[in-house]
Structures are given as C-alpha cells and as structure tokens.
Design a protein around this ligand. Structure first.
Ligand code: AOS
Ligand code: ZN
Ligand code: ZN
Length: 415
C-alpha cells in the first residue's frame, strides 16, 4: 500500500523487490556483541537494586547472554570484563560459551577499582603503579589466548580533578609509554581498542577525553590500534556521526559501545534516548560500507583491517536485564534497516543539485519508515520467532532462573 507523505516530495516508502532483498541480505550479516556486565545487578552510587535470577558467576552471565542470541539471532559474542569475570579456567568458560552457541568477544581491562589507581593507572605519576596497570593487561592478554578473543579494550578512568593537580603534558607522555608497553603484549592477530570519555570519574581533565586524543595514541601505536566510540561519552549536542565519518576515513573506528544518555553517561538502552541519532550514525556506517562484520564464521579476521565491532555497553538498573538487551538489539537493528533504506541515488542527486529540502526529505523518509514488519520477516526467514521479546517472555526462562539462582551479584563484583 502506498500513501502520500506530507513533504510534497513523494509517497511513503514501501519496501519491495530488489530494495527488500538488498536490505534483508545486509541485515543477515549484522552482528552485535553483548557485555557480560549487562546481566549483573547494577545501579548508581545511591543504590543497586537486585533482581531475581541475577547470575551468580560468569557462566550464568553467558547463559543469559545466549538467550538474547537465541531470540534475536544477531548477538553471537559476549565481552568479558576482567576481573569482574574472573574464573579459574578460561578454557572451560569459552567451552561453555560454545555449548551455548556464542563465543567470547572483547576482553575489557579494569583500571578503576583498585586503591592504587586513585591518581591514575597508565598515567599515574608513580612508575610502580603504571607497571601494575600494564601487568594487569598481561593477565587480560592471557585471557584472550585462553578464550580465543582477538580484541583488548581499554577504558581509562584516569584524569585530574583540580588545575595543577598533575602535569597534563607529562600524563600524556606517560600514557603513550604505557600504551606502547600494553600494545607490545599483544599477539600478531590481536588488536587494541581505546575508548574515550569526555568526563567522569575525573572532573577537571580526563586523560583520554575525546576521539582526537584516542586517535593520536592509536596512530602512534600502530595499525592494530583503533578507537572505540561509546555513544554516551560526548557533550550534549555533539555530532557523533561526524566523528564516525572521520574515524572511518582514517580506518581507525574499531568498535562502538552503543547505549543512550540523557544527561551524562548513563548506559541506558541503545536507541531509547534518540533513535534519530542512532539512525544517523548507522547511515554513515552503511554509507562507508562498514556494516560488514569484523568477526564471524567465514569472515577472515584482520586485526589491522577496517572491521568495526558493534558492541553494547549498557547496564539495566531498573528494567529487566535480558529484555533490556533484546530491546537494545532490536533498536540497533531497526536503525540499521532504516539506514539501509536511504535512497542513496536520490539523495546524491538532490545533494548535487543543491536541493536542501529534497535531500533532507530523502534522508528522513527512510528514518520514518516502519521497518518492524521487515525485521519480523527477516527473523521468520531465519527460523526465529518474529517477535523476540514476546518469545523470550513466553519461554519461562526468567521464572526458571529466579527459582534456581539465589544470591546473584552486582555487575562489577561478579567474580
Ligand atoms: C565507562 O564509562 C566505559 O563506558 C567503559 O566501557 C566501561 O569499561 C564499561 O562501561 C564497563 O564499566
Ligand atoms: Zn563504554
Ligand atoms: Zn561509559
């Protein structure tokens, strides 16, 4: 059915024929990596609310993550956080993942929960503390070897709270040196991804506050160092898709941490705060041909290549965790489908003709298209239930884990 839209340019978009086939086949290649910490209890510094059935160990976190994959079909990897996901035998954990139909993804180091790191980790003024922070990454690389993970992700809480507290220049030099030591620990088929965040926990000067700083350090390290863009880590009003464009041009966009923020870095569900922003980001990904998975069966892994890892970095403080992940995944999937629907030919024609409103209409027509029926069709073609949320709820899994698991832990302390 076709109906007139209200922009005077054309009709509402219908998804048929070659467009439908092209979009469906691109969506079939998409994968999203889930964070193990999304399944543990989490909260703010004021209160952590427990939820029934919370995983008691990393094995149970993987079991919950596998449920998301079971119903959405596009989340085959799970990131670990060390030492939150500390186990004696990582080979056993990886085998457990395989049994569940998923694999271990990125290994995240933890530089923010040790008293020694009060004044910094890789940038700390004391060489002993910097050496300790580097040594932690050697442990993480061992976990990568034991689990088959290929990516080491660093997020630094390092920074200062007061002008003059430490020397800004020296901190950058120390950071460069420490990062080189970490990079040297990696195997040839590993890569390092470096996240940035404009503030918090430091409030005056953050040592990796923006994509430019992360990129400079990555360029100095080598071609297997890439930037992580966490969508929650920018000042309000920042044009994130512009950053995506620049990092893609440089071949240095390693990964996303998708989430939503309203005021600060809240790790809310991706697509909840601003689905239009998520669409704009994914449009640039599609535009650059960067949707192709970096990881996956039949995909040759290239640690220096342009592959982007699409990850979630979220916590579910008040909503149910597995459904919270399912919703986030379907939000990313919807934004991707809409990005794939942009009529690139019509857009380019309008752009080159200087047709400002025409170009804008082509762009927003895709965003306003309801892609949910298409995604339902995609899932059915893959043998999945068309509505993953309904299917998960009907499965009785939540009731089962609530009865079986007693004493689940907080996300950050689930060892
Ligand atoms: C912190 O704000 C960052 O987003 C990191 O990715 C962090 O490691 C992750 O959120 C787990 O705490
Ligand atoms: Zn993050
Ligand atoms: Zn964050």
């Amino acid at each position: 059915m076709t109906a007139l839209d209200d922009d005077g340019v054309g009709a509402t978009m219908t998804i048929t024929g070659p467009t439908r086939d092209r979009v469906l086949s691109a969506l079939r290649t998409q994968t999203i990596e889930l964070p193990s910490w999304a399944f543990g209890n989490s909260g703010t510094r004021f209160k952590v609310f427990g939820s029934p059935g919370t995983p008691r160990d990393p094995f149970e976190k993987l079991s919950d993550a596998a449920q998301v994959h079971r119903y959405t079909g596009i989340t085959p990897r799970v990131s670990l956080h060390i030492p939150w996901d500390l186990v004696e035998d990582y080979g056993k954990l990886a085998a457990h993942a395989t049994d569940l139909g998923v694999t271990i993804g990125t290994i995240n180091s933890n530089l923010f929960q040790d008293d020694d790191y009060k004044l910094g980790s890789l940038t700390h003024p004391d060489p002993r503390v910097r050496a300790k922070a580097v040594a932690h990454h050697a442990e993480c690389v061992d976990v990568m070897r034991a689990t088959g993970s290929k990516e080491l992700k660093l997020w630094l809480p390092d920074g200062t709270n007061y002008p003059g507290q430490d020397d800004l220049h020296d901190r950058q030099e120390r950071l460069a040196e420490s990062l080189q030591q970490v990079y040297a620990l990696l195997d040839d088929d590993h890569r390092l991804v470096l996240e940035y965040k404009f503030f918090e926990p430091a409030f005056y000067a953050t040592d990796v506050p923006d994509w430019g700083t992360s990129l400079l350090h990555c360029l100095a390290l080598g071609e297997r160092a890439k930037v992580v863009l966490d969508t929650g880590h920018h000042a309000p009003g920042t044009n994130i898709e512009f950053i995506v464009v620049q990092l893609l041009r440089a071949g240095r966009l390693g990964a996303f941490d998708f989430n939503s923020r309203f005021y600060a870095d809240d790790d809310l569900m991706a697509g909840a705060a601003d689905p239009f922003q998520l669409f704009r980001i994914l449009y640039e990904i599609v535009r650059a041909g960067a949707l192709a998975p970096a990881h996956g069966p039949g995909v040759p892994w290239d640690p220096a290549g342009p592959g982007v890892n699409f990850m979630l970095d979220q916590c579910h403080n008040v909503e149910d965790k597995i459904p919270g992940q399912i919703r986030s995944v379907t939000n990313v999937q919807q934004a991707t489908a809409k990005a794939l629907l942009v009529d690139r030919e019509a857009l380019t024609t309008a752009q080159r003709a200087g047709d400002v409103l025409g170009a804008h209409d082509v762009f927003t027509d895709a965003f306003q298209t309801d892609v949910r029926p298409l995604l339902a069709e995609l899932r059915e073609s893959q043998g999945l239930h068309p509505d993953p949320m309904a299917a998960f709820k009907a499965s009785g899994y939540v009731e089962r884990i609530a009865a079986e698991r007693i004493g689940g832990t907080q996300a950050g302390w689930g060892a």
